[in-house]
Each structure stands twice: as C-alpha cells, then as structure tokens.
Ligand binder design. Sequence first.
Ligand SMILES: Cc1cc2nc3c(=O)[nH]c(=O)nc-3n(C[C@H](O)[C@H](O)[C@H](O)COP(=O)(O)OP(=O)(O)OC[C@H]3O[C@@H](n4cnc5c(N)ncnc54)[C@H](O)[C@@H]3O)c2cc1C
Length: 374
Amino acid sequence: MPPTISTNMDFVWTPEQLELRREAAAFAAEGVRKYGRHNVTWMNGYSKEFSRELAAKGYLGMIWPKEFGGGGRPPIDRLIVGEEMIKAGAPIAASWFGDRQMGPALIQYGTKEQQEQFLPGILAGETTWCIGMSEPNSGSDLASLKTSAVDDGDEWIINGQKIWTSFGADADYCYLICRTNNEGPPHAGISEIIVPMKTPGIEIRRITDMTTNRHFCEVFFTDVRVPKGNLVGQPGGAFGQTMRQLEHERGGIDRLVSNYAQFQHAVSVCDTTDPLVRQEIASLEIGYRIGRILVIREVLRQAPAGFSAATKCFCTEHQQCVDSFVFRMMGADAMIFDDMVQGLIYGPGYTIMGGTSNVMRNILGERVLGLAKG
Ligand SMILES: Cc1cc2nc3c(=O)[nH]c(=O)nc-3n(C[C@H](O)[C@H](O)[C@H](O)COP(=O)(O)OP(=O)(O)OC[C@H]3O[C@@H](n4cnc5c(N)ncnc54)[C@H](O)[C@@H]3O)c2cc1C
C-alpha cells in the first residue's frame, strides 16, 4: 500500500487557538504571581491550590471525553495550555500525572467503579498521584521488577520497594506497577494497581537530588493490603498498558519547553553581535521548531506507533543543548547557585525520566525501523 498522505496539514493557528494561548498565558502569569515561578523544571512546581484553579478554569481533563466529565476538546488545546504553563513556570506538577496519564489510563482500562471513584478527584484538582514504576534494580528493564502483589481473597497484599517515585510523599494515590504472577515470561505477570498512599505498611523516604529538589522518594511496601477491585485492566496485562501510557508520557510538550525561560534569559543577556553566538541561537531556534512539529504530530496521533521514543530523544536532547548554551552565556555567573543554575543542573534528568535516550533509540530501532534486537 502506498503511504497515506494527510491532506489536512495546516501550520497556522486558528483565531480560537490564538485566543486560548493568550488566555492560558495570562492564567499562567497570575499563577506565577500567586504561587511563585517554578521554571527550574515543571517537576518542581507543586501546588494543590493551583491545581484547583486549573480545574475551575477547565484546564484539567480538557481532552478527556465528555461522558467521563472531561472537556472533550481537541488535543491541540491541551498542548497550547500546557506549553504556556510550563514556559511561564506555573506550578502544574500536582495535577500533571493525573491529567496526562492516570485519567486517560482509567478511561481506557478502568472499570466503571474505578472511573466513578477516581476520575472526579483528578478533574477537580483535588487528588494527586505518583507513579510507582522504577525499582532499585529495575529501571529501564521494567519486566525485571520485583515488587509483588499476592492474591488474598478480596485483597492484594503488596511487598517490595520503589525508587525515584516523584511526589511519593505528597500524593494521595500511587499508580503501582507490580508483579502478580511469577509464571511465564517476565513481562507477562505484571499488573497495575491503585494504592492509596495512606494505607498502613507504606513507608516513604524523600531523596534530595543534586539540584536540592525533594520530589523523589523511596517507597517501601510491607504487607500493604488494597482491595481487589483496585487492579486496573487485565491481571498480568500491565506491560502493554504501561507501554501505551508511556506513549502519552513521552511525546508531550513538557519534553521540549522545560527550560525555555532559561533560553530566553540567555538570549536577552548574551552578545548577539557575536557571529558564533548568533549561529547557536539560530540552531536552537531550529531545534525548538522541529521539536514542536514532532510534538504536534504525537498530540494529533499522526506519528507512527512507537515514534514518541524519537520525539522524546530529540526534544530532551535539545533541552540539554539549551542548557549547555545557557551555561556558556552565563559565564562565571553559572558558579552562583540560584534558581537559574538549579534549573540548568536538572539537565541530565531530561534524558532519563520517562525512559533513557539509549532505551528510546532501542525502541526506535526495533519497533519503528524493524532492526534486529540488539
Ligand atoms: C526527573 C526524574 C523523574 C522520575 N520520576 C519517576 C517516577 O515518578 N516514577 C518512577 O517509577 N520512576 C521515575 N524516574 C525514574 C526513571 O524512570 C528511571 O531512572 C529510568 O527509567 C532509568 O532507569 P534506571 O535509573 O534504573 O537506570 P538503568 O535502567 O539502570 O540504566 C542505566 C544506564 O544503562 C543504560 N541502559 C539500560 N538498559 C539499556 C539497554 N537495553 N540498551 C542500552 N542502554 C541501556 C541506560 O540508558 C542508562 O544510561 C524518574 C527519573 C528522573 C530523572
């Protein structure tokens, strides 16, 4: 079959989209005025108050179907709002996981009871979520995870440890990826279970990273009991479900514009008459424009399956090029630890969170290019 060529490509924003962008930018600026600027990566801006305001404005669940309480709006609207929030440094972290991932996962795989129980809290900006995926000996290789949930009548009994759990200490719920079956191939026995973080048997220890951020946590589960009905989707079917969730996670605008404010600052203070500096600014601007097209393709679901791995690689590596440029433009000022520098040293994390660049290239090679497994 010849490749299908879309005839509806249009790179012009509509007047409604431009108005939405203006509105979102004003809303983000007000959020920054009230709750502070958090552009040392969006991960650092955690405000439950701002989540409620986002909800009241209709900026949470914007693209979820209306029958689930969402706005039923086109995906591009969420991209516009998200971009304005992140560029401004508005504190979106408390609502981001639920809005981006948990809600869509529950809509796709959850039972009616789960949807009724959990979606309204996310939509109202009242409940917050963390993602319990990585373990001390299991990060890239999800299939090797050890945290277990054992069937005990009406409940699951959970034992194990997670690490790098962003907001584990603040979240109401953990979207836990764990092993419910040891038989068969390793990836076949993994399930997704919702764990209320106040359940007895959960111990949480914060980790301070090198930027002094404290969202990372170690989460220990010792005989933690949760209702049987908290398993989402197919028992043992989480591997496929999680891969699809990661597709939502990897190709978003948050991968491109996390340090845009630093870029703007550097451009405003550097010597733009220097030809080498001008060349670099132009190169980075090209990167932003290519990255935005890749993200838009993901958001419109026009990219090939698995391609979000390439989008993530390109965009997050671009953010690291931005970091390098900003450091060089700041010169000796980069030795002073302030929020600008704090943001810049977050850079290595961009290509690790959500799957490392090496792993993204493996996915691209195997799933998109059809290369033999390495
Ligand atoms: C800012 C940030 C936020 C995060 N938030 C969360 C969260 O909320 N919840 C959560 O569960 N996790 C979270 N993580 C953890 C993240 O998902 C893992 O760090 C990541 O998946 C890599 O796993 P790892 O650290 O165990 O490294 P490893 O998997 O041990 O990898 C180590 C190195 O080996 C390379 N490597 C591994 N396998 C291969 C391979 N097959 N081919 C080639 N190279 C390979 C990797 O690229 C890497 O360079 C977060 C991480 C960061 C940086």
